[in-house]
Every structure is written in structure tokens, then in C-alpha cells.
Design a binder for this molecule. Structure first.
Ligand code: NAD
Ligand code: 89V
Length: 343
């Protein structure tokens, strides 16, 4: 099969991982890149040997024949860029957070559906190999029917040095990081009917909340706690590990710091190391996230080849994004929020 021709829009901090990912995967190549910042465009173009460069996305779509586009800009530009791609009927990957508002996200899903093009949100945390290992245990039936989950991300890592914009927005941890952890909760325990949220700001130097605690009712009947913090100083910094506890009718799963997976179930207790591989271009502690970038991009190509819907399609991600909106609404009102009122 001929190699698919892709373009990358947004050549910033995280896009370098996506470029490495495309280099690792067979069946597709990035043939053109775009960034409105000429310095960033030049840096990524030179690093990856991409000669076809654009500072304007409209010019990119007008000049290139593309099989897909990978949008790695920040949220404010997502809707105009996705709608531009839809007008050119180009299948689209869009980074998280999907959009500034749920209304924007719904409009983007509609635009791609009407154009008949696939849309996937680059929601990569569920593709981390330790998270996939937890999902595989659930699928095996070893712990029976899950009734409780705690999905936890607590850290004191300085995310602001690499991503300075995270310090300036009115919304921070739920929109940027909690969105991944909520998506993992959905991936493991299913869709959510109600969410109750409390937020705090501990770091006085940032504008948004850096601690969030969410209690969720899943449609399956399971209850989960999703807790996130960038204000937690620990003896051994766990960034960017997501820790998981799931209790089921026949046993338990614990994914502990250091990627230690303990499963107690029908066949007794088994302990395993589910550390992600360190890819040649990856660097600790980001290697967990970097590996998941390759996995989600491979999934996108597999879905394009088979004509199937990606696991984190735009339509699916509306349910994760609605939980983010609901969390902020519930944190403000201090009331539980029903999801069916938003979707
Ligand atoms: P960044 O600011 O470093 O890079 C964004 C780039 O997009 C900039 O170079 C900017 O000039 C360019 N850009 C913005 N609007 C544009 C437009 N209309 N046309 C062309 N170029 C445009 O941001 P980042 O830290 O790389 O984050 C990008 C996205 O990736 C964010 O949405 C962030 O939340 C997400 N992210 C995801 C993960 C993950 O694990 N999935 C990790 C980090 C960041
Ligand atoms: O994954 C992300 O979106 C990153 C980080 C892990 C730092 O939260 O912004």
C-alpha cells in the first residue's frame, strides 16, 4: 500500500514527539509542516528534514494533497483548523483539549461528520502500556465486575517550564491533565452519569486550579474517584505516572508507583512490572507519554486502513470533554452535575 501523506500543524513543545512517532510508524509520512511561528517551523523542519513548510494553514491545504492532518496546536486554534481540514475533506487528528468549549467541540464533530471525514482526538493517556495492562486484566475477568476505582495523578513536577501557557489560563489542571485521567476512568469503568467536583489552587503563582478531586457515578453502577494534583511534593517524584486502584466482585487491581501491577483475583495474587519501554528518541520521565504517542498514531493508521472509528474519535471525546465542563460547573456550584444535560 502506498504511504499516506500527512501534514503536521503546530511545531511546538509536544509536536516533536508526534514527529518522532510518525518516523517510527510504517505506512505514513509527514510531507509538510505548518506553524505561524517561523522559528518553530524552521526548528522542526530542520530536525526532521521536512522541506515543505507553511506559516499559514490555509496555504498548506491549498497547496498539498493530503491523506490526513495532525493538528498539534493549543486549543484556541483547534476549531478553525479542524473546520478548515473538513472543508478540504482531509481526515484529521486534533490534540487535546479538543476545544475551548463543548459547543466548539460539538461543532467540530458535526463539521467532520458532514464532510464524511474521520476525526480523532489525540487523547493518548489511555494508550500508555501500563493503562492498557490494567484494561487487559479487566477484560480477562480475573477480578469480576468492577464496583470501585481510584484513578490518581499527584505530582510536584514543574510543567510550567516546558508549557508556560499552563500557568496563565483561568482553567488549569482539569482542562490540561484531568481530561486525560477522566478519559482513563471512562476507558476502564465506562461512561459517567454524574460528577461531583472540588478544586483548589495551592501554587499562588498560577492563574488556575492545580488540585482537583472528582467523584463519578458510572452508568455500569461503579463509583470512581479521580484525583489530580500538581501541588504534591513526594519523596520520589512520580510524574507522569497515573496510579490506579480498581476493586471488583472477585478481586482487585493496583497499579502502583514504579509501574508495579498487582492483581489479586480468582487465581490468587500476581505481581508484574508493566514499565513502558524507553524508545530510542524518548527521555525519562516523559517516555511513558512518548510511547503512547506512537500507539495512538498507529491506531489512527489502523482505523484509516480498516475504515473503523478510532477509540478516541471526536464523537467519543465529547463524553470526556463534557466531563471537564461538568467538573468546572460543579466545582463552581458545589453541586453534582448530570452528564445527560450536556450531551
Ligand atoms: P506550544 O505552544 O508549544 O505549541 C503550539 C504551536 O502551535 C506553536 O508553535 C504555535 O505557534 C502553533 N500554532 C498555534 N496556532 C496556530 C495556527 N493557527 N496555525 C499554525 N500554527 C499555530 O504548545 P504544546 O505544549 O506543544 O501543546 C500543544 C497541544 O498539545 C496542546 O493542546 C496541549 O494540551 C497538548 N499536549 C498534549 C500532551 C499529551 O500527552 N497528549 C502533552 C503536552 C501537550
Ligand atoms: O499531557 C499533557 O497534556 C501535558 C501534561 C502531562 C504536562 O499535563 O500537558
Amino acid at each position: 500500500m502506498a504511504e499516506l501523506r500527512g501534514a503536521l500543524i503546530g511545531c511546538g513543545f509536544f509536536a516533536v514527539n508526534q514527529m518522532h512517532g510518525w518516523c517510527d510508524i510504517e505506512g505514513a509520512a509527514i510531507v509538510a509542516i505548518c506553524d505561524r511561528d517561523p522559528e518553530r517551523l524552521a526548528a522542526v523542519g530542520d530536525q526532521f528534514g521536512i522541506a515543505r513548510r507553511y506559516t499559514d494553514a490555509a496555504a498548506l491545504f491549498a497547496s498539498e494533497k493530503l491523506d490526513f492532518v495532525d493538528i498539534a496546536t493549543t486549543a484556541p486554534s483547534h476549531r478553525p483548523l479542524v473546520e478548515l481540514a473538513a472543508r478540504h475533506r482531509v481526515p484529521t487528528i486534533c490534540q487535546k483539549p479538543f476545544a475551548p468549549t463543548l459547543a466548539d467541540a460539538k461543532a467540530m464533530v458535526k463539521a467532520c461528520a458532514e464532510a464524511g471525514v474521520p476525526l480523532m482526538v489525540h487523547e493518548n493517556f489511555r494508550w500508555q502500556s501500563p493503562i492498557q495492562a490494567v484494561r487487559a486484566v479487566l477484560d480477562s475477568g480475573e477480578i469480576g465486575t468492577p464496583f470501585f476505582g481510584r484513578i490518581s495523578f499527584r505530582s510536584g513536577y514543574d510543567v510550567f517550564s516546558g508549557q508556560p501557557y499552563l500557568a496563565t489560563g483561568k482553567r488549569f489542571i482539569i482542562e490540561d491533565l484531568g481530561i486525560h485521567i477522566i478519559d482513563i476512568a471512562r476507558f476502564l469503568l465506562g461512561d459517567v452519569s454524574t460528577i461531583t467536583t472540588r478544586t483548589q489552587r495551592i501554587n499562588p503563582a498560577i492563574a488556575g486550579e492545580d488540585v482537583a478531586t472528582m467523584l463519578m457515578d458510572h452508568q455500569s453502577g461503579a463509583t470512581s474517584v479521580v484525583d489530580c494534583s500538581y501541588a504534591s511534593r513526594l519523596a520520589t517524584e512520580p510524574f507522569p505516572e497515573t496510579l490506579i486502584e480498581i476493586d471488583g466482585s472477585d478481586g482487585t487491581i493496583r497499579l502502583a508507583q514504579g509501574y508495579k501491577l498487582t492483581v489479586t483475583g480468582k487465581r490468587g495474587t500476581a505481581v508484574s512490572d508493566v514499565s513502558p519501554p524507553l524508545l530510542p528518541w524518548a527521555s525519562r520521565p516523559w517516555h511513558n507519554i512518548q510511547e503512547s504517542v506512537v500507539a495512538i498514531q498507529q491506531h489512527w493508521l489502523d482505523c484509516l486502513a480498516k475504515g473503523t472509528e478510532p477509540a478516541t474519535s471526536g464523537a467519543d471525546n465529547l463524553k470526556t470533554f463534557a466531563l471537564v465542563e461538568a467538573a468546572y460547573a460543579g466545582a463552581a456550584s458545589r453541586e453534582p452535575v448530570q452528564l445527560d444535560t450536556l450531551l
